[in-house]
Design a protein around this ligand. Structure first.
Ligand code: DC
Length: 222
């Protein structure tokens, strides 16, 4: 199977890029952040503090997660419920970041991610795909952009969805989340040594897709 790993900080446009690439290449797009978000959602439903590792760990046996793919769209089922919408809020971004720092949570989600990549050609995005989940991925891209560009894009995305946010609050949350994710002890969000960096601060969406396709074409020799 061919595995393409896309890592990078929040708001760099990983999921939009991965979705577009998956469509063009006819691969499955696996959004791993959604799994951490679903764990975060369950933790909140039990009114447990997401930073409390011992309490979060106790909840893991109560969680069943399934991923389903239809027309390239991933659906996450949390104990049988489609939670695709509920996990896409700024609050769940912070919950996901908090629970993702706990090693038991990462271990809990490991096999699910690895198994999909064994069975399908995948484009998988996240924070530790090139370093931990798919260290042997044929192509690894590290997508990033400057803080202001990332915050602006995320802000516009949230506004479109009707969320009441300010650019300042988005920037602040994004910086906090990136700090959490990149400084945690287990599987920190860092660039894999063999990943190809792609800075899209100055690129629009089409430009980003083209640049990624060029990288993939070169690496896979197509
Ligand atoms: O990609 P996202 O914004 O949906 O991810 C939400 C959080 O989940 C992110 O802040 C850190 C965590 N995460 C992770 O630790 N490892 C991944 N592979 C994907 C996400």
């Amino acid at each position: 199977m061919i595995n393409i790993a896309i890592d990078g900080p929040s708001g760099a446009g990983k999921s939009s890029l991965a979705k577009a690439l998956a469509k063009k290449l006819d691969y499955i797009y696996v959004d791993t952040g959604a799994l951490y978000r679903a764990v975060g959602l369950f933790v909140r439903s039990k009114e447990v503090e997401p930073t409390n590792m011992a309490e979060v760990e106790k909840l893991l046996p109560l969680i069943s997660l399934e991923l389903d793919y239809e027309n390239g769209v991933q659906t996450v089922y949390l104990n049988g419920e489609n939670v695709n919408e509920k996990i896409r809020t700024p609050e769940m971004s912070m919950y996901a970041s908090a629970v993702s720092a706990h090693p038991p949570v990462r271990t809990f989600l490991l096999d699910l991610q690895k198994n999909i990549a064994k069975k399908h050609n995948v484009i998988m995005d996240g924070r530790d795909i090139g370093t931990v989940i798919l260290p042997d991925a044929q192509v690894k891209i590290y997508l990033f952009a400057d803080n202001e560009s990332r915050a602006k894009r995320r802000y516009e995305e949230l506004l479109q969805k009707g969320e009441k946010v300010t650019l300042e609050s988005v920037l602040e949350e994004m910086n906090l989340r990136d700090h959490n994710d990149s400084t945690r002890k287990t599987a920190p969000a860092v660039q894999a040594p063999d990943a190809i960096p792609l800075n899209n601060s100055q690129l629009d969406f089409e430009g980003t897709v083209d640049a990624a396709l060029e990288i993939i074409g070169k690496v896979l020799g197509k």
